[in-house]
Design a protein. Structure first.
Length: 127
């Protein structure tokens, strides 16, 4: 029997600004959604795009809240989790990505930011 593995690596774009809230006991929860695009050719040879929207949550992710804004590209490592609840007598569930690692795309947006952006130069490489 194969062992269960629940590891997911996803890159996408935030669809809305993140939300941070404090839970009872002081634990902070960061929530956001991303769009993951897949480009493919259809039967006619035309390029198409399919989008999957993924709800994400990150425990103790308050330090990322300021950067996690709509339109930001991110790389996420996490695990798939099914949340379950009951509303008006109906059982409900949804799949979310429980984020363990969150990386933001690094690119300068303005000239001011470009001055602070560090690039590596290979000018001193001897070969």
């Amino acid at each position: 029997m194969l062992p269960s593995i629940n590891n997911c690596i996803v890159s996408g774009t935030l669809t809305r600004d993140s939300e941070i809230r404090e839970l009872p006991g002081g634990t902070m929860l960061l929530t956001f959604s991303i769009a993951v695009n897949k480009n493919y050719k259809d039967n006619a040879g035309e390029w198409q795009q399919r989008v999957a929207y993924v709800d994400c949550k990150m425990w103790n992710g308050e330090r990322y809240a300021e950067k996690a804004v709509k339109g930001t590209s991110v790389l996420i490592v996490g695990e798939i989790e099914q949340e379950r609840w009951e509303r008006e007598g109906q059982k409900r569930s949804k799949i979310v990505l429980n984020v363990r690692s969150l990386k933001f795309e690094i690119k300068p947006k303005t000239e001011d930011q470009e001055q602070n952006y560090t690039t590596r130069s290979n000018d001193n490489v001897p070969f």
